[in-house]
Design a protein around this ligand. Structure first.
Ligand SMILES: Cc1cc2nc3c(=O)[nH]c(=O)nc-3n(C[C@H](O)[C@H](O)[C@H](O)COP(=O)(O)O)c2cc1C
Length: 173
């Protein structure tokens, strides 16, 4: 026992970068969610799950919950998204993922990830093109929508792995 596992579920690399930084600080093993086998969970007592936020949902969290059924692993969930690192972002993320977060008693963590449409899959590029068109034609555009529109037009580089100390310090305490 006494093993810490860091699982990253990352489409474009941001959650992977955060997950690997967390694992390095904690002398833990980092692996992708796709490679996670039930036997990997057997000896773990702490698990940190780092995943991108897609259409307000923390990617793969429901699937993770299924894998964790009947285990007693102390789990930390980390969302990585485009939105700014504010209390409002965290609260919205919590509210949107309330059901999937219910089995987890530790606080939810949130870090800012990169966003570069050029690197996106064909489907995501099409989605962003449609979103851009819609937002450009919207009369009463909100601040959140302006932020998103700006990101669609200008790549955002905002990974800051030094932020992970707020989580790793908590775990080391
Ligand atoms: C289709 C799509 C939907 C997204 N939805 C959100 C969202 O609802 N909220 C958010 O903060 N970021 C959103 N993002 C931005 C991603 O969360 C961000 O790019 C993050 O860095 C991705 O992490 P990953 O590369 O580890 O998967 C979205 C990105 C894409 C491509």
């Amino acid at each position: 026992m006494n093993k810490t596992l860091v699982i990253h579920h990352s489409k474009y690399g941001s959650s992977k970068a955060y997950g690997e930084a967390i694992a390095k600080t904690l002398n833990a093993t980092a692996q992708s969610f796709k490679s996670l086998k039930n036997k990997d969970l057997k000896n773990a007592d702490t698990l940190i799950y780092v995943a991108g936020v897609y259409i307000s949902s923390i990617r793969g969290l429901k699937k993770l919950n299924k894998k964790l059924t009947n285990t007693n692993i102390n789990t930390y969930i980390v969302g990585v998204g485009l939105g700014p690192k504010t209390t409002e972002t965290l609260e919205k993320l919590k509210a949107h993922n309330e059901k999937a977060l219910a089995p987890h008693t530790n606080p939810l963590y949130y870090f800012c990830g990169d966003f570069d449409v050029k690197t996106f899959s064909f489907l995501h590029r099409v989605m962003m093109k449609m979103l851009k068109k819609m937002l450009k034609n919207k009369a009463d555009i909100t601040e959140d929508e302006k932020y998103l529109l700006n990101a669609i037009e200008n790549p955002v580089k905002q990974i800051d792995t030094s932020l992970t100390s707020e989580l790793t310090n908590h775990i080391k305490e």
